[in-house]
Design a protein around this ligand. Sequence first.
Ligand code: NI
Length: 161
Amino acid sequence: MAILNVLEYPDPALRVAASEVSEFGNELKKLVADMWETMYLSKGVGLAAPQVGRSVRLFVADWEGDRRVIVNPSIVETEGAEKVDEGCLSFPGIYEEVTRPAKIRIIYRDENGERHDETAEGYLARVFSHETDHLDGKLLIDNLSALKRAFIRKKMSKKDR
Ligand code: NI
């Protein structure tokens, strides 16, 4: 396994819509293993492939032991709305309240190509929604007010690189 470099905002690669995964072979499994290792080391609860410079529709998530490898997801139904603090490994040190659906239905494949149809609620639904956004080049900051966005842009541009 290997630790991957996590791209930080405003890296332009974070804005690219990722491609569907078509091969469920060893290459995908190796990427998944590296993403798990990277996510746990970074103390994240989710990590999407575009955040490690791989433009494919894949993310890993572990919310309180609910572990998922999610490939080619589509969120087909949403219900309700909740405003809760969330962070992102591509915005280290930033936590902001974001409104997301309280409940979602998500259809996806796992790393073996098996199809899943799952309903998730609460923070797990939030993680799935946040990570699915990454696959479309959409980021935490897009859900905030213009004022907050400007503040975060400034804060991120001052970071040492
Ligand atoms: Ni994120």
